[in-house]
Design a protein around this ligand. Structure first.
Ligand SMILES: Cc1cc2nc3c(=O)[nH]c(=O)nc-3n(C[C@H](O)[C@H](O)[C@H](O)COP(=O)(O)OP(=O)(O)OC[C@H]3O[C@@H](n4cnc5c(N)ncnc54)[C@H](O)[C@@H]3O)c2cc1C
Length: 431
C-alpha cells in the first residue's frame, strides 16, 4: 500500500492530527496490514484519527458483493456508504435495518460504533442486524459470526479488534422509496417525553429548541415516520457551504431567531407530509460541508443517554444549555430501546439528547458539566460524538470495559490499532 502524510480532522473540526494515510482499492491489499481502519470520518472527535501513526481509509472498498433478493441478505465491502446502499436497495424492496443521521457513514464505521437510528426503540442497534463480519486479525482475514469471542468486542469496538473488510447485513423490507411523516409541535418538556413514550411509529425523533426557557423548556417538533410507497416530485439540488462561516453565523440571537422560525414552520395543528427517504433519514446531508458553518475553530457535539427513571437529568441539562446561550439549532431528543450488540455499544434503554456547540472555552466548560450530570444519572456519552471527555469519566459509563480490553489485547497485542480517542480516554489501559 502507498502512504501519504495528511492532516485529518474529525467531523467537528476541533480535533486534528497528521497521519500517513493509505487508500487501498482491493481487499487483497490489506493482507498483513496492522493499522487502524477509518471510514468517512463522520465521527465528530478523534475516533478516526491517529496522530503520528498510520490509518487505512476504507472508502474505496465500497462494492456490493452479493444481494440475496429473496431473503434480504446483503454482503458488502466495509467502505460502502449507508446512504448509497439505501438508495440502491429501496427500489428493490429493502433498506438497511438501522441508519444513523448521515448517509455518509460507512458500513465499517456503523459497525465500529454500533450506530443507532430513529428506529432504535423498536429495531435496536446496527450490530443486531449483522449476520457476519469479515475481519483482519493478526494480518489475516477471517469471517466471524455471533458465536465468535471477538463478535461483541468488534461491534461498537472502535476498530480495535481488527480491520473490518466486509459484512453481511440483514435488511428490512421496504414497501417504497419515500416516507410518510407526521410532524407536530411540542410545547414543552413533559409533553415531549409523553409523546415519545406513546408513539407507536417505526421511526421517531424530537427536534428541540435548545434556546427555549421557562414553561417552553424542551419545546420542539416531534417527527414520526413510516416507510411509504407514495410518489414525490423530483428533489431540488443539494447545497454546499463554500467557506468557513464567520463567528456570528451561529451566535445566540441568530440561533434564537432561526429556532423560532423552525418551530413555527409546522402549523399548530400539525401536518402529515411525504418526504424522500434521504431527506428524512439524513436531513443535513443535503448541505455539503455544513460543519464549516461553525467557522475555523469547529464545534463539539455532546450526546448522552440516561435510563428512563433519570429522564429529568436531561431536563436539567437543557436548562443549563438554554441559560448558557451557547446552543446551536441542532438539538435532538430520542427514545432508545435496550438493544445493543457490543461491549462498548452506546445505546441503553432510556432517552438520548444530542446538542452541538461552537468550540469555545465556555462551551467546553458547559460540556464538562453536562458529562458530570450524565454520570450522576447513570448514563453514558457516545464515543462517536465525544471530543472532550476524560478517561476517568468514561470508565464509570462502560461496565464491560475490562472484558473488551481483554478481547482487544488478545486480538491486537502490539496496540497497532490504537487511535487518538483510545489514547485520550485510555480505553485500552487496565484500571
Ligand atoms: C450529521 C451526523 C449525524 C449522525 N447521526 C448519528 C445517529 O443518528 N446515530 C449514530 O449512532 N451516529 C450518528 N452519527 C455518527 C456516525 O454515524 C458515526 O460516527 C459513524 O461511525 C461514522 O461512520 P464513518 O464511516 O464516517 O466512520 P469514522 O468516523 O471514519 O470511524 C469511526 C470509527 O470506526 C472505525 N472504523 C471505521 N471503518 C472501519 C473498518 N472498516 N474496520 C474497523 N474499524 C473501522 C474507526 O477506526 C473509528 O473508530 C452522525 C454523524 C453525523 C456527522
Amino acid at each position: 500500500m502507498r502512504w501519504k502524510e495528511m492532516e485529518l480532522a474529525g467531523w467537528g473540526r476541533a480535533l486534528k492530527s497528521t497521519a500517513a494515510v493509505a487508500r487501498p482499492e482491493r481487499r487483497s491489499a490489506l493482507a498483513g496490514a496492522a493499522a487502524p481502519a477509518i471510514g468517512n470520518r463522520r465521527s465528530y472527535g478523534d475516533a478516526a484519527l491517529n496522530g503520528g501513526g498510520k490509518v487505512i481509509d476504507m472508502t474505496r472498498l465500497d462494492r456490493v458483493l452479493e444481494l440475496e433478493a429473496a431473503t434480504g441478505l446483503l454482503r458488502v465491502e466495509a467502505g460502502a456508504r449507508i446512504g448509497e446502499l439505501a438508495q440502491l436497495l429501496a427500489p428493490r424492496g429493502w433498506l438497511p435495518a438501522v441508519m444513523p443521521g448521515t448517509g455518509f457513514a460507512t458500513v465499517g464505521g456503523c459497525i465500529a460504533m454500533d450506530v443507532h437510528g430513529k428506529n432504535h426503540h423498536g429495531a435496536g442497534s446496527f450490530g443486531m442486524h449483522l449476520a457476519e463480519i469479515e475481519l483482519i486479525v493478526g494480518g489475516e482475514a477471517r469471517p466471524i459470526g455471533p458465536d465468535d469471542p471477538l463478535w461483541r468486542a468488534t461491534i461498537g469496538g472502535l476498530g480495535q479488534t481488527g480491520i473490518i473488510t466486509a459484512a453481511t447485513l440483514r435488511l428490512i423490507p421496504a414497501k417504497g422509496r419515500t416516507m410518510r411523516v407526521r410532524e407536530q409541535r411540542v410545547e414543552g418538556w413533559d409533553e415531549h417525553i409523553a409523546l415519545l413514550d406513546s408513539s407507536d411509529a417505526s421511526y421517531t425523533v424530537g427536534w428541540i429548541d435548545a434556546t427555549a426557557t421557562g414553561a417552553r423548556l424542551g419545546r420542539g417538533i416531534l417527527e414520526e415516520g413510516e416507510i411509504s410507497d407514495a410518489s414525490l416530485p423530483p428533489a431540488g439540488r443539494s447545497r454546499k457551504v463554500p467557506l468557513d462561516a464567520p463567528g456570528f453565523a451561529l451566535s445566540s440571537p441568530v440561533v434564537r431567531v432561526f429556532n423560532a422560525a423552525y418551530y413555527a414552520r409546522v402549523p399548530a395543528q400539525g401536518r402529515t407530509v411525504t418526504r424522500a427517504q434521504a431527506d428524512f433519514f439524513f436531513p443535513l446531508d443535503r448541505i455539503h460541508d455544513w460543519n464549516r458553518l461553525y467557522g475555523k475553530r469547529g464545534f463539539h457535539q455532546f450526546q448522552c443517554v440516561v435510563p428512563p427513571a433519570q429522564k429529568d437529568a436531561l431536563r436539567d441539562m437543557l436548562r443549563a444549555i438554554a441559560q448558557s446561550g451557547l446552543a446551536s439549532p441542532l438539538a435532538v431528543l430520542k427514545r432508545m430501546g435496550p438493544g445493543r450488540a457490543g461491549m462498548l455499544s452506546f445505546p441503553m434503554e432510556g432517552y438520548t439528547l444530542a446538542v452541538d456547540f461552537p468550540n469555545r472555552a465556555a462551551a467546553r466548560s458547559l460540556i464538562a458539566a453536562l458529562e458530570d450530570l450524565a454520570i450522576a444519572a447513570e448514563g453514558r456519552i457516545y464515543f462517536a460524538k465525544d471530543s472532550l471527555a476524560g478517561a476517568a469519566q468514561v470508565r464509570a459509563m462502560y461496565p464491560e470495559l475490562a472484558d473488551w480490553q481483554a478481547a482487544v489485547s488478545a486480538a491486537d497485542p502490539d496496540r497497532a490499532l490504537e487511535t487518538d480517542i483510545v489514547r485520550r480516554l485510555r480505553l485500552r489501559d487496565p484500571a
